[in-house]
Design a protein around this ligand. Structure first.
Ligand code: OGA
Ligand code: FE
Length: 285
């Protein structure tokens, strides 16, 4: 086997240098967790019945292994892919340029015959403001999660694809997020991704996300010592992380946990992280 393949073995990933940092996992609970996803008042946390516990984990610097990561094996890919977007805060430019770029990128990396982009989220850390405050970007997500579940993957295809849905549901499809910093290098609140191979199905707990007009379902994770965490220090806007968030195929990576984290090595006064994640669904022939 070539070095490129060998470098991705779990043992090799485990030997990469790491920072020790806290990640927030769901405390196991009897009821189904829910979180309200819209703000009814200006301050405070969004209503939820879930309690998260901080666990110290090793988050490995995966730059030396980045080229060998595979969306179907680790559930994560890392790419150099400069964007032509001039102003990421220009919504029209995002819809016109960033969405098409993300679709092309996912098609190229996965071999999918069709990729639909249906959403994007801008984030800018501001510890003085709670998440989903009006008029400002979202905050980084400080809990271990995956954006879809076994149930909400197909439901999302139904919601998005209209009359085509039933035919598309018969093919292989996968939900993949394209994550990119807006400014770099990112030293504040980077994104950690977890090798999907290190996650057991029993680590996942389906959780309701209650919007005004619909209820979505994501996975939140309970802690396991097996989880193998990776990150890419000092990411620049020319670089992207692809995150597999759902796959109909059951013999490949299907759900890659991820979370923002506070890096203990971040210098005081580092500029707050700004990022975009573009949500795609890839259909295969
Ligand atoms: C995502 C995500 C969190 C963050 O891209 O799906 O959960 O803090 N991002 O960027
Ligand atoms: Fe996410």
């Amino acid at each position: 086997m070539s070095d490129t393949l060998e470098i991705m073995s779990p043992e090799r990933l485990d030997r990469l240098p790491a920072v020790e940092a806290g990640l927030f996992y769901l405390t196991p609970m009897a009821e189904k967790p829910y979180t309200v996803a819209y703000r009814t008042d200006e301050a405070g946390e969004l209503p939820t019945n879930a309690v998260y516990e901080e666990r110290q984990v090793a988050i490995h610097d995966a730059r030396a292994a980045a080229a060998g990561l595979d969306l179907d094996r680790e559930g994560v890919a890392f790419l150099k892919s400069p964007s032509r977007v001039r102003d990421f805060y220009d919504e029209a430019e995002l819809d016109a340029v960033a969405h098409a770029e993300a679709a092309d990128l996912v098609a190229r990396v996965t071999g999918a015959s069709r990729v639909e982009v249906f959403d994007h989220t801008l984030r800018r850390r501001n510890s003085d403001l709670p998440d989903r405050s009006a008029g400002v970007p979202r905050q980084p997500v400080m809990r271990v999660h995956n954006d879809y579940t076994e149930g909400s993957g197909p439901q999302r295809v139904r919601d998005l694809m209209g009359e085509e849905a039933e035919a598309l549901l018969k093919r292989r499809y996968a939900f993949i997020n394209v994550w990119r910093p807006l400014k770099g290098p990112v030293v504040d609140t980077p994104l950690a991704v977890c090798d999907a191979r290190s996650v057991a199905p029993s680590d996942w707990v389906a959780s309701d996300i209650v919007y005004k007009d619909r209820t979505g379902e994501i996975y939140v994770a309970t802690w396991s010592p097996a989880h193998r965490w990776l990150y890419f220090p000092r990411m620049t806007p020319d670089e992207t992380i692809l995150i597999k968030c759902y796959d109909t195929r059951t013999d490949v990576a299907r759900f890659a946990p991820h979370s923002a984290f506070t890096d203990p090595t971040t210098p005081q006064g580092a500029p707050p992280r700004e990022s975009i994640e573009i949500r795609t669904v890839a259909f295969f022939d």
